[in-house]
Design a protein around this ligand. Structure first.
Ligand code: ATP
Ligand code: MG
Length: 391
């Protein structure tokens, strides 16, 4: 698929912008701070309601404006789809497809399939589990857009359950007054199981693509591998599990079978209940799990070199492109490469260029055009003070 046309209004530093993209390579060039990242961020946000720079949406609205608009005409399976997202400082956000309002904004997720690679992605490899969960969850939703609703439901249940645990702790509630907790537990297990199962299923699918991508871009011959470390298994959670720190004692879950995950989840919730009441917090579930990235026999985090970390992050994204290309019917996802060429040596630049050159559409940003290999020079735009012009 590819984005044919993008319209922005009051988005980031853009008052308005109209950009006619081409299939194939689109290179956006301009000095720092002009709006290159903002432009591709708009595409990513429309695709996944995710941004590589913020978690909320308010920073996306132009300073002092009440609302922002992102519109795009997208060609998918040889049909044109018209998407629109309205972000409001006050009042609800709105999403429209072919001019019809969607019941929920999250229904827009996955209509544009996209994968973004940006320098921030090295955090997936070297920082805390939040980054890895965000990586896998964004891909889960791109692969199966229906999951956006499940994540929404899970978050809602988790919030309510945490509120209940907190007030139970404050009032020292015991016994029958806790029966409402049982009702929440059932929903927590239901949605949480779907999330964990989807993550494990996707990790298993992604593995061969990751292996292939890493071999193409890295010089070392260590094998990358992914393991799902879950709060549903392992012992430590029962004794002194704290916050979101990686817990080395947790064990791995490899089977995406829902029944067995649900059974584990239910057992584990019962076992940690006293602890949860003591802490006033839900202690098990997908929000406490991690995706362990291995390189050879060692975890990449804490062991991989800087170059290996980069290669790993890039391989995760290229593997995502491969997976979406081969496992869905909508063709290649739109690939966004934000500011990555400046960070690579010339050998890696060329290898990356060769790997992405044939993707149906690639949106590339660079401050210095010369950093981007010649073969990625098809369609070029200049971005200067929030004005985009084809050159
Ligand atoms: N909500 C907003 N309202 C107004 N301006 C904003 C908003 N958010 C970001 N900006 C401005 O957008 C500019 C950054 O744009 P962007 O990140 O797209 O730059 P860039 O062209 O990618 O630069 P670089 O080459 O350094 O990556 C900054 O000057 C920032 O102040
Ligand atoms: Mg930028």
């Amino acid at each position: 698929m590819f984005v044919k046309h993008l319209t922005l209004a009051s988005f980031r530093n853009y008052e308005t912008a109209e950009v006619a993209f081409e299939p194939g390579i689109n290179l956006l060039v301009g000095v720092n701070g002009q709006g290159k990242t903002n432009l591709v961020e708009a595409v990513r946000y429309l695709s996944s309601l995710n941004s590589h720079r913020v978690s909320g949406y308010l920073p996306l609205i132009k300073n002092r404006e009440p609302s922002a608009i992102i519109r795009a005409m997208v060609s998918s399976e040889a049909r044109d789809v018209y998407l629109e997202l309205e972000l409001n400082r006050e009042g609800k956000n709105k999403a429209r497809v072919n001019k019809a309002d969607l019941p929920r904004v999250r229904d827009i997720v996955g209509i544009i399939q996209s994968v973004t690679f940006a320098p921030e992605d090295i955090d997936i490899v070297r920082k805390d589990p939040t980054n890895r969960r965000a990586f896998i969850d964004e891909l889960v939703v791109q692969y199966r857009p229906r999951m956006a609703g499940v994540y929404g439901d899970y978050e809602r249940v988790l919030k309510q359950r945490n509120a209940l645990l907190k007030s139970a702790r404050a009032t020292k509630t015991t016994g029958s007054a806790l029966s409402t907790l049982d009702a929440w537990d059932a929903s927590l297990v239901q949605y949480g199981t779907e999330i964990i199962s989807a993550r494990i299923g996707l990790i298993n699918m992604l593995q061969p693509h990751l292996f292939a991508a890493y071999q193409k871009i890295a010089t070392s011959n260590n094998e990358p591998g992914m393991l799902y470390r879950s709060s549903l298994v392992g012992e430590k959670v029962l004794t002194g599990f704290d916050d979101d720190n990686e817990d080395e004692s947790l064990e791995f879950l490899t089977d995406s079978d829902r029944e067995s995950i649900a059974a584990l989840f239910t057992q584990r919730l019962a076992a940690v209940r006293p602890k949860e009441l003591e802490r006033g917090l839900t202690l098990v579930g997908p929000q406490r799990d991690d995706l362990v990235l291995m390189l050879g026999d060692l975890p990449a985090k804490g062991y991989a070199s800087h170059g290996e970390t980069w290669s790993y992050a890039l391989a995760l994204r290229l593997a995502s492109v491969d997976l979406l290309r081969t496992e869905t019917k909508t063709g290649d996802p739109v690939l966004i490469l934000d500011d990555v060429f400046a960070e690579l040596d010339s050998g890696r630049r060329l290898r990356l260029a060769e790997l992405v050159a044939d993707n149906e559409q690639v949106l590339i940003t660079a401050a210095v055009a010369e950093d981007v290999p010649e073969i990625l020079n098809a369609t070029r735009f200049s971005v200067k003070q929030a004005v985009v012009e084809r050159v």
